[in-house]
Design a protein around this ligand. Structure first.
Ligand SMILES: [Mg+2]
Length: 295
């Protein structure tokens, strides 16, 4: 296949989002939920379940109170609720603040824990601060990005990188070898781009943020906008993302081949009409090997 460009999701694809999530969680709640609770506030019973013992467990049993939450399970639940609430926030039906409260209250409710709106906002604020101060591109992901940046695809046309930006009149055939499509408020997402030092690999115009363009994943339109920015067509891109609902569903509906970066080992949704990703990888080494095989 012709792979002109590799497009990446940002959150929990280009960096490990559990780390800032855990820092935000610890700052807001400390070890409050670590000891088995006496009396489940959500009325779901089963307080004082088995201690998590720090194991990175599988997906949370939604609706079950099961003792102290495992942070990865908590994070997975928060991503699920975030995807549910994000669209309403983008449409302006709820404020971003309400969205933050909504997703965290539902996340904790999955574990039989009631939290107040103030507590959710405190955690959100600490989480956002950690996303500015405590995130990085792993050496393994840096290897993937280095490889993408070094590619010189066949077929002519000038390849543009961060050091070779096009002028206002775009050069015919000019294109970027890589780009980003991310959902979220423009300023917040760009803070993360800066914190991660992504300008080393990505030209500013190849970074598409939903808050800046007014349309969000999984809407196929944001994938088309990204194609225009990087100078190629959806079928000549490969898209890499961790979220089934935003990334796999969105890229598929835009006609863009997609790699599901399933490093959290989530279960794929099933059922009629649910798209299947072209490829699934579970770590950066698998991703790099796959991209090399497609080049
Ligand atoms: Mg993501």
């Amino acid at each position: 296949m012709a792979m002109d460009c590799v497009l990446f999701d940002l959150d929990d694809t280009l960096y490990d989002q559990v780390r800032p999530f855990e820092l935000g969680y610890r700052e807001a709640f400390g070890d409050r939920f670590d000891a088995p609770a006496a009396g489940g506030p959500a009325g779901a019973g089963a307080a004082g379940g088995p201690a998590g013992a720090g194991a990175a467990g599988g997906p949370a049993g939604a609706g079950e109170a099961a003792g102290p939450p495992d942070v990865v399970a908590l994070f997975n639940a928060s991503r699920r609720h975030s995807d549910e609430a994000f669209e309403a926030a983008t449409r302006g039906e709820i404020s971003m603040e309400e969205m933050y409260v909504w997703r965290l209250q539902r996340t904790f409710a999955d574990f039989g824990i009631d939290v107040t709106a103030d507590e959710c906002l405190r955690m959100q604020s600490a989480y956002a601060a950690a996303q500015r101060d405590a995130i990085c591109v792993s050496p393994r992901m840096a290897e993937v990005l280095d490889w993408c940046a070094a590619r010189r695809p066949l077929g002519g046309g000038q390849l543009l990188g961060p050091g070779r930006l096009p002028g206002p009149g775009r050069l015919p055939g000019a294109r970027h070898p890589m780009g980003i499509i991310t959902n979220g408020p423009a300023a917040h997402q760009m803070e993360k781009v800066e914190a991660l030092g992504l300008s080393r690999w990505f030209a500013p115009e190849s970074i598409v943020v939903s808050g800046a363009v007014g349309v969000a994943k999984p809407d196929p339109e944001i994938f088309r906008i990204a194609c225009e920015r990087v100078g190629t067509s959806p079928e000549s891109c490969v898209y890499v993302g961790d979220s089934f609902a935003s990334d796999v569903v969105g890229a598929t509906s835009a006609g863009m081949p997609v790699v599901w970066f399933n490093h959290r080992r989530r279960e794929a949704p099933a059922g009629p009409g649910v798209p299947r990703p072209e490829w699934v990888v579970e770590d950066e080494q698998g991703l790099l090997a796959l991209l090399k095989s497609l080049a």
